[in-house]
Write a protein that binds this ligand. Sequence first.
Ligand SMILES: Nc1ncnc2c1ncn2[C@@H]1O[C@H](COP(=O)(O)OP(=O)(O)OP(=O)(O)O)[C@@H](O)[C@H]1O
Ligand SMILES: [Mg+2]
Length: 262
Amino acid sequence: MKLAITGKGGVGKTTLAGTIARILAEDGFTVLAVDADPDANLASALGVPPEEARGIVPIAEMSDLIAERTGAQPGTMGGFFKINPRVDDIPDELSYKMDGIRLMVMGTVKEGAGGCICPESVLLRSLMRHLLVRRKEAVILDMEAGIEHLGRGTSESVDAMLVVVEPGARSVRTAESIRKLAQDLGIRHLFVVLNKVPDEDMAAVMAYLKDFEVLGSLPYSDQVRRADLDEAPPFERADAYVEAVRGVVAELRSRLDLTEEA
Ligand SMILES: Nc1ncnc2c1ncn2[C@@H]1O[C@H](COP(=O)(O)OP(=O)(O)OP(=O)(O)O)[C@@H](O)[C@H]1O
Ligand SMILES: [Mg+2]
C-alpha cells in the first residue's frame, strides 16, 4: 500500500503519517516512511530519539552520493549527467532503521523558476519513483500541500492520497486545490481525514466537504499536543487519537480492498 498524506500547513499531516506508519508496522507490514516535506519532522512523530533525529542527513544534502550517482556536482546546471541514476540500494543503505520501519528524509532542492533540471532533483525524482513504483513495502509519504513534484507515472502508483482537513475554510479550500492537482496527476483515490473537528462544527464541516469521501475524524487531543512538546511519538502517548487513527486505517484498507495484501 502506497499512501501520500497532504493538506494545508499545520493541519496534522506529520502526526498522522507517523502514527499510521507505527500502526502498520505493528500490524506486521514492513513500512518505508518517507519525509518529503522541506521542513522535515516525521522522525520525531515516529519516535526517533531527538538527538538521533537531528543527526539524519537528508538525501538532497548528500553531495557525494549525488555526484557519484549522477556524474555531476550538485548545484550545477547544464553539462551532462545521468538522468536515470541508480537508486535501488538507497532505501536499504541510507535510511534510519527502527522496528519494522525505515525512515527516509528526502530534503529540498532549491529549484529555479520553471523547475530546474539539476543533479539533485534528478536523483530525488528517481528515488521517489523507485519508492512508489518498485518497492514492495507499505510506503507512507508525508508531504507539503504542493504535490506537483510527485510527477505523472509516479503518482499513478499511489494507492491513496489522504488530505487532512481541520475546521476552517482555508483548509477545505486547500483540499479542493489538492484534489484538482491529484486528478491531473492521475492519483487513484483521494480521501479526507478530519482532524480536531469538534462535534458542534461537524455538520458545517461535512457540508463543505460534500463532494469528498471522508474516511474518518481524529479528535483534538491534549496528549498529542503534549507528546509534541516532549518530542515523543503520539503513538505511545495518545490512546484516543491512536484508536481513531486505527479506525481510519481499517476504513482505508476496506475501501481499497487491501485487507489481504500489502
Ligand atoms: N489531533 C490533534 N490534537 C492535538 N494536537 C494536534 C493534533 N494533530 C496535530 N496536532 C498538533 O498540531 C501541530 C501540527 O501538527 P503536524 O506537525 O502534524 O502538522 P503538519 O500538517 O505536518 O504541519 P506542517 O505543515 O508544518 O508540516 C503539532 O504541534 C501537533 O502536535
Ligand atoms: Mg509536517
